[in-house]
Design a protein. Structure first.
Length: 329
């Protein structure tokens, strides 16, 4: 006797369960409701304006890390690159270079760090965790050295509006962030390059057997991750008009947490751009909601840690449920 066809309910639940970002979305809805009940001012236009001002900076770092993790690698140095790239940019502008060439120079510095991370990891077959842990300290030290240990003065007359112009409800940086996110979403989910990234992170030997240039894919993801971190640092520096050698400290942990909460699997091969956006927004909502609810801000890291672990557990449970529904079908 042929098995019964799956019901519409089972098909819908199966599709939802197979979506990696669904857990993060559900958690975000709970957080929104919770903070709204704790503080009526949380769901206001002015408060969301404050959240959107700082979201692109974390979001760009999270996007780069998410794609790198999907490819099966890791980068702990993004917080240090977040500080190095704008420092190079500002020092170049101070030395007389126009803004756009200086920005490109700062991004090239970030790309060089990503290229070094990827090459060392691949060439010497060592875990990227170790490689980027070393570059975290090395790049941070280099940033402090070239700055002389103090924030250099922000040059006058720099046309920062191209990156951070204030349009009232949001800044230009949000448009840059959303534009980059859309481009990366198309590349990751609609092109052969995206398929290569997922295949490389999912099963590297099978990807090699299929003829995918695994090493080039990984190194490319390292470079992309570093460049996005550097660009995020430049945006923050132009927004606050102060290049800080300490900028981005601890940012790598927030970005990793955002990626994981958004459904990116640390084992590689699973994740999405939408999930990275959801994870970023969730972290910003929690950070802002604690302040608006007059809760001790020291609870932020506690909440971040609990949500990261809970997301991994829930994602695992949801994926197992999806497998059971497929088998039933």
């Amino acid at each position: 006797m042929a098995p019964a066809a799956p019901s519409l309910r089972d098909r819908l639940l199966g599709r939802l369960a197979a979506t990696p970002e669904i857990t993060g979305l559900l958690i975000m809805l709970v957080v929104l409701v919770g903070f709204t009940l704790l503080s009526p001012a949380f769901l206001t236009t002015r408060n969301f304006q404050n959240i959107l001002i700082i979201t692109p900076e974390l979001g760009l770092v999270t996007l780069g890390l998410a794609i790198l993790i999907i490819s099966g690698e890791f980068d702990l140095s993004v917080g240090s690159v977040f500080a190095l790239s704008p420092m190079v940019t500002i020092l170049a502008i101070t030395a007389g270079l126009p803004m756009m060439p200086a920005v490109i120079l700062g991004l090239l510095g970030a790309a060089a760090v990503g290229l070094a991370n990827g090459w060392i990891t691949i060439r010497f077959a060592i875990p990227s965790f170790i490689t980027t842990l070393g570059s975290l300290f090395a790049v941070r030290s280099l940033t402090v050295i070239i700055s002389g240990g103090f924030p250099p003065p922000f040059p006058e007359g720099v046309p920062v509006d191209v990156l951070v112009a204030n349009f009232g409800f949001f800044r230009a940086s949000l448009l840059w962030f959303l534009g980059i996110a859309c481009v990366l979403a198309v590349i990751l989910h609609r092109t052969n390059v995206g398929n290569w990234i997922f295949a490389t992170g999912g099963q590297v030997q099978a990807a090699r057997d299929m003829g995918i240039p695994v090493n080039k894919v990984k190194i490319g993801c390292f470079v992309l991750c570093a460049v996005l971190a550097g660009f995020a640092g430049i945006i923050q520096t132009f927004r606050i008009e102060s290049p800080l050698p300490s900028a981005g400290e601890g940012l790598e942990l927030q970005a990793i947490a955002a990626a994981v909460i958004g459904g990116v699997a640390l084992a590689g091969g699973v994740g999405s751009v939408v999930g990275a956006l959801i994870g970023t927004l969730l972290i910003r909502f929690i950070d802002n909601g604690l302040v608006m609810s007059r809760i001790d801000a020291n609870w932020f890291k506690f909440a971040l840690g609990v949500l990261t672990v809970a997301s991994v557990i829930l994602n695992g449970a949801v994926q197992r449920y999806a497998v059971r529904l497929r088998r039933r079908a």
